[in-house]
Ligand binder design. Sequence first.
Ligand SMILES: [Cu+2]
Length: 125
Amino acid sequence: MSPGPRSRVAFAFFAAALLFLTAASVAAHAVLQESSPALKSSVAGPDVPVKLRFNVRIDAARSRLTLVNAHGASQTLEIGKKDPPNAISAQANGLRPGVYRLRWQVLASDGHITRGEIPFTVVKP
Ligand SMILES: [Cu+2]
């Protein structure tokens, strides 16, 4: 039993629509394009400026930056209010030399949240 032409057309249309919607929603998600500190980089402490740039506009008020140290202790970084619409920044002060992970979570304009982690190392100035 093969499906009739009508159901095949319906299936093709459905598949095309699904593909289009998937492509559109992926394009609108926030993807990290550039960061400071960069992934797996070493930066001089103790005061480290943080900046993340994304491919789309994000809602800074509903985004989070958390800094986790080698012992697993975390602190929330206050996100600045004067960034371009596709970027967030913060200032991490008083960091001792060691390994850290910067956890980010941002809300894109399409309502989807994306998150990630940037490991980096703080060295003596
Ligand atoms: Cu999305």
